[in-house]
Design a binder for this molecule. Sequence first.
Ligand code: FE
Length: 140
Amino acid sequence: MSNKPKPDPAELRARLSPTAYAVTQHKDTERPYTGEYLDNKTQGVYHCICCGEPLFHSASKFDSGCGWPSFFEPCDSQQVAEHLDMSHGMIRTEVTCQHCGAHLGHVFNDGPAPTGLRYCINSVSLDFSAISDSDSDTSS
Ligand code: FE
């Protein structure tokens, strides 16, 4: 985890979409099947929309059918924090960004191998950066 400062709430309010602000700062949930990254198959890294820390790699993304981007593991377990969430009459495990505390989504025990976990993550909590083939091309 980096030592850079946590994002300023006023800066976040100005920069983020209303939905992204509500989700990351007030634990709201984006409507299912609306997320920009739901069907994203491009190779790359998903960062926290608030602080920029890397959270998930495309290699762990899978089609869960649940309506939100789903991953079977974070890129590093130190990058996310998990909390018991008893809101809305359910017992769930909330997932937040370890660095800035942004709400990301929830993790469930019905994911695929090798972890059996499904990190069900709001697309608006994420900022994707593709790893292009040209990045490894040293001749250009
Ligand atoms: Fe963050």
